[in-house]
Design a protein around this ligand. Structure first.
Ligand SMILES: [Zn+2]
Ligand SMILES: [Zn+2]
Length: 159
């Protein structure tokens, strides 16, 4: 899977060098505000697999529900949010906004989270797992392959 994308003004460009670990649709209020929309589509992936062009996004920090930092990266020129980095999970991973892909139809959410603040008119697809908040048991949601990749990444980036 070759996924490329970038911001609206095309200054920030990126390419994903691996398949997503998992794709989240997050319906939390922060994601609604940041996107100005009903939910965000996040590709969770190791940072090393996000190859960036010459222009890097800037960032600001919010406090996530975990109490740890949620760093949001955006284009300095057009303010498109391109990815986030959550400091709570182990390892060095990013949450790349699937709406910034050149072909956003290339991915679909594997799981819907924070459905407690889902807008009432959003109808979740049948057969896709959904959780009121963040799920705790990764093994029941993730593929074995992604779980192995995630654990490997966490072991390589002990903080
Ligand atoms: Zn831009
Ligand atoms: Zn969220």
């Amino acid at each position: 899977m070759e996924l490329e994308g970038g911001c609206a003004c095309r200054a920030v460009r990126y390419r994903l060098l691996a398949a997503p670990l998992i794709v989240h649709a997050c319906h939390c209020r922060d994601c609604q505000r940041i996107t100005g929309s009903a939910f965000v589509i996040n590709i969770w992936i190791e940072r090393r697999f996000v190859e960036t062009g010459p222009v890097l996004p800037r960032s600001f920090k919010l406090t996530a529900g975990t109490g740890k930092a949620h760093e949001v990266f955006f284009c300095d020129a057009c303010a498109t949010t391109v990815w986030s980095r959550y400091h709570a999970p182990p390892g060095d991973t990013l949450f790349v906004r699937a709406g910034t892909l050149d072909r956003p139809e290339a991915v679909e959410p594997d799981v819907h989270i924070f459905t407690r603040s889902k807008l009432p008119w959003v109808v979740l697809p049948a057969g896709v797992p959904a959780f009121e908040s963040m799920y705790g048991d990764f093994a029941s949601v993730w593929s074995a392959e992604s779980l192995a990749r995630f654990r490997r990444n966490a072991a390589e980036h002990v903080r």
